[in-house]
Design a protein around this ligand. Structure first.
Ligand SMILES: [Zn+2]
Length: 72
């Protein structure tokens, strides 16, 4: 394999990786939310599901999750 082929393969890998991340991001946004919080299992209020259909946590857990994430 010559240098040119190696470079091309590397570029293809980067492109495939980029595409995978884009697909994952789209899937995360498009994925329907859930009726119950993934952290505490409580039902997510309907108004929250309407306001944020992608929400996977109840408001309390979401706030906790975001506070945790920001503190790191
Ligand atoms: Zn919760």
């Amino acid at each position: 394999m010559n240098a040119e082929e190696k470079l091309r393969l590397a570029e293809e890998r980067v492109e495939a990786d980029r595409q995978r991340r884009i697909d994952a991001a789209i899937a995360a946004v498009a994925a329907p939310g859930t009726d119950s919080c993934i952290d505490c299992g409580d039902a997510i209020p309907e108004e929250r599901r309407i306001a944020a259909p992608w929400a996977k946590r109840c408001i309390e857990c979401q706030e906790f999750y975001e506070a945790e994430r920001l503190s790191k």
